[in-house]
Design a protein around this ligand. Sequence first.
Ligand code: ATP
Length: 328
Amino acid sequence: MATVTVKNLSKKYGAVTALDNLNLEIPDGALVSLLGPSGCGKTTALRLIAGFEKPDSGAILVGGERVNDIPANKRNIGMVFQSYALFPHMTAWENIAYGLQQGKLPKSEIEQRTAEAVELVQLLGCESRRPKQLSGGQQQRVALARALVTRPKILLLDECLSALDKKLRVEMQAELKRILEFSRITALFVTHDQEEALTLSDFVAVMKEGKAVQMGKPSEIYERPQNQFVASFIGKVNFFKAADAGLDGGTFLVRPEKIKIHEHPPSGPHLAGTVEFVTYAGNITTYTFDCGGKQVLAEDQTAASAKYKQGMQAFLSWEKEHCLPLED
Ligand code: ATP
C-alpha cells in the first residue's frame, strides 16, 4: 500500500501535448479512476507512473518517495492491461507464479503465495489450463493474480475490462472491487466508460487535454460537477441558460431523472414540449422532448410502460434544488 502523488507532470510527443501539468493525489488504499475522452492523456499518465516513459517535467511520488529516476522494473508497481499479456505457453499457475520465480523466492513460498492468489481470484480448478483454454474473464483473473502475487506497492489497470462483453464486464467490475478491497492496494484505473468509473472507484479524476479538471467521490462528481465538460461526461444532462428559467446569468444543469413530466400545465414555472423519441428500457423510459427547438431529456422511472407517445404534448418542470449551477 502506498499513496501516489503526481505533481505538475508534463509530457509531449513532438508537437502533441499528452500531459499538461497533471496533478493527482491518490490516498493510500484507494481505487481511483482516470476518466476522460480518447487522447486526454490517461494511458500516458499510467505509463509515466509505471516508468515506461520519462516525463518532460514534474514529479511522481509513490509512498512519498520520488520515483522519476527509478527504472520501471525497480518501482515495484503492478500492471494489468486490456490485452492481458499472458504467456501463451504457460499454464494459469505458471503465469501467476512467474513474478515470484523471477524474484528467486523459496519454492515453498512461491507455492503458498500462488495458491493464495489463485483462491483470491477464484480460479481453483483452472490452474493447469493454458490461456487459450480459459474464457476472457478467467484470463483477466490470471492477469490480475499475476500482478498482485508479487505484492506491488500500487496497481495500475489500463482499460483492463474493455475486451469483455457487457454482462461479463459488469460481473468482473464487482469482482475487481472485491479483490482490490481485500488486497487493500492503492489502484489507478484507466477507463473511458463513465458507468464503470462510478461503480468501481472511491474517487474519479476527470481528465481533459492532459489535465485533471475535477477529482472527487463518484457522488460528488455526479451531483456537483464543476463545469459543463465534467457534467456531460458523467451521466446524461440537460443544460439550461439561467435566463430560460427566469434566473440571472450563467448555466445550470438538470439531470433527466429530476425532470417531472405533467399531462397538464403545472402551476409553477414549466416548459411545454412535444415528444420526439421514446426509449423504453424496462425500468426506465427516456423521453426526448422538443421544447420550442431545445431538446430536453426526461427519465420516468415510475411507470411500468411508456405513458407518452411520439408527437404527444406534455409539460416539464423541476425542483429548484435539482438545478446544479456550473462554471463555464
Ligand atoms: P485513449 O482513451 O484513446 O486510450 P488516452 O486518454 O489514453 O486515450 P493517451 O494514449 O495518453 O490518451 O494519448 C494522449 C495523446 O498523446 C494523444 O494525442 C496521443 O495521440 C498522443 N500519444 C500517445 N502516445 C504517443 C506516442 N508514443 N507518440 C506520439 N504521440 C503519442
